[in-house]
Design a binder for this molecule. Sequence first.
Ligand code: Z2T
Length: 805
Amino acid sequence: MATPLTDSERRKQISVRGIAELGDVVELKKSFNRHLHFTLVKDRNVATPRDYYFALAHTIRDHLVGRWIRTQQHYYEKDPKRIYYLSLEFYMGRTLQNTMVNLGLENASDEAIYQLGLDIEELEEIEEDAGLGNGGLGRLAACFLDSLATLGLAAYGYGIRYEFGIFNQKIQNGWQIEEADDWLRYGNPWEKARPEYMLPVHFYGHVQQTEDGARWVDTQVVLAMPYDTPVPGFKNNTVNTMRLWSAKAPNDFNLKDYYLTYRYHQIVTRYSNMDNVMNSYYSNKVFEVMFLCSQVAIQLNDTHPALAIPELMRILVDVEKLDWEKAWDITTRTCAYTNHTVLPEALERWPVHLFEKLLPRHLQLIYAINQKHLDNIAALYPGDMDRLKRMSLIEEGDPKRINMAHLSVIGSHAVNGVAQIHSEIVKSTVFKDFYELEPDKFQNKTNGITPRRWLLLCNPGLADAIAERIGDGFITDLYQLKKLMGYVDNEAFIRDVANVKQENKLKFAAYLENEYKIKINSSSIFDVHVKRIHEYKRQLLNCLHIITLYNRIKKEPNKAFVPRTILIGGKAAPGYHMAKMIIKLITSVGNVLNNDPIVGDRLKVIFLVNYRVSLAEKVIPASDLSEQISTAGTEASGTGNMKFMLNGALTIGTMDGANVEMAEEAGEENLFIFGMRVEDVAALDKKGYNARDYYDKLPELKQAMDQISSGYFSPKEPELFKDIVDMLMYHDRFKVFADFEAYVKCQEKVSELYKNPRKWTKVVIKNIANSGKFSSDRTIAQYAREIWGVEPSAVKIPPPNEPKA
Ligand code: Z2T
């Protein structure tokens, strides 16, 4: 008779991390030792932890190579429509564990490394984040690459190989300090330079009008060097390519000043993409340009790569000699544009004088595009001069500028926002006139996140608890999580979900203690607010709530209080004064209340230094409460909100961005929704927002503000936070005070529910069960069908036959 399995044996069998087959383990160990010897040129006596990381990285990378070659061969033979995702940012984070997860090698590698007497988590920690992005937009591009490969689409991510990623954030005396991120210092084992595909890119010069069209002559040539990184799909043997370009100016290249150098670097790498798209398209077959748009789709990740539009026109008109109408038809049918914000300061408007020197032919083409566009408007709306001015690609003024969003809308057959509410706002505000002109162009594609990195990789305990109930199909079909609604009252599942959360919290607390010597109370609510520091994201609203909680404890020290640890993290743009002041305020408030013996461990405020992809993977699975509190109408979508939901945190949030759809999916009663809706914000704007009204009416708000302005949190420098106070009192575009009362009340409900762990966990389960919509697989399938005109394929490329060593 078979002995019953132990709990851990049962878990191993259903483990979503793959099964450690003996053969695989033996092979991995051999390969690891071979790489340590031949690649790292070390033995176990002298190898450092970093050598071990590289030996493992090379071992795992070897498993990608055959699949990569085969996938590209497969695309060559089947010749499906190619998707080019053009993005100035790919915020990839680490690659080692993600590769093991997607190849199903994680448990085997764990076992192999364990048998070698090493600790795999310690090795994984050595890898640098590929921080080639700022935040949500760049991380979205990275999630999309994972989904594109998992859906078997013939896709390429095209971008820039920055030599420095986003700065590393340090905190000194409560202030943000930026340090260079020299991420390539020890080499990058995941990239392959492709000097054979190097391309010349032209700059400067002037345009000659000849009999058969324009000639751009006397240019200076710059070389663009591609580096390819493999992008594996989840267990489908597909490996796509992310191609990042590096530009080096030849020595004789004369650059006037630093600003131009910087712009030049951006521009050369931006538009070298296009040449290559054309090249890869027509290098192997007879060039039939008429079919370009049926063979290639180009998705522009915001306006940053919008030069693709005039560049494609240049190639079609100047090089391929197509007539203008044909060229424009192909261009617009090939390109599509995603908008990520409606905040006016973030919309790109490039000075014309930059183009005059650097890209004179592109400027001419943009003027010609604009002329035809304005002729069209003038014919449709005779005499409406104001409309012409509003819709022009060129904005008069000093300096004269090109509105890159207008260029992108005109040059694309589809324009999409990134959440339902945002897509509606886009149509009624920034692109109102354009929507009136071409309503069918405008679409919505609600953002998503990859469940591989944001569940399997970062929260294996939760993934296992789920798979034990509903199998592992949810990993590539996240809507299957709905089946968990059948477990809302299942005591064993409730217990498992609560236990996993507690384990994650303990692990994160241990990490904070190890790395930063910070001690936190693991039975407190982990209340987490992580994202870029921005006025519209309202970290200051959180701050005012923290101060209010503190004042309540001080007022009635013996009253019962539900303990909270408030974790706030995020980078401030180096030149954004207010964002830097917000960091200083958070750390100053922390200093006061973390050291107040009356408060004890009931309330702590921790600033999470250097928030980035790899830190998100640690903190999100350990969170109880997710702060998504932007002013309604300002956060296009948010994607952190989705990561928290999937990892069993409850959301406190406004009806903004994708929060709206999260509430729709899970039921508004299962989120902590508070505050003004978009309509309320508009009404308040109409009436006139007066911060003073709230300050006078709400004693707790007044007390908190008075403390900040009187130096309670900065005794040595009472005036320190004057700019914050003035902003909040006299020119707050984001109306923090108007939501203060509702926010504080809503936080009371959070504490109330937390007192009943069983009820809390049931709400958590309902949230997880209804998070299926927020898989980037769903998002990408919609882009594929509704913008690119391709079907995601379930075809599994056969596994490679590795050449014998
Ligand atoms: C960015 O991360 C976002 C928008 C931008 O507008 C620029 C950057 Cl770097 C130009 C974010 C949005 O703020 C966020 O709401 C959204 O979820 C994310 O892009 C992805 O769409």
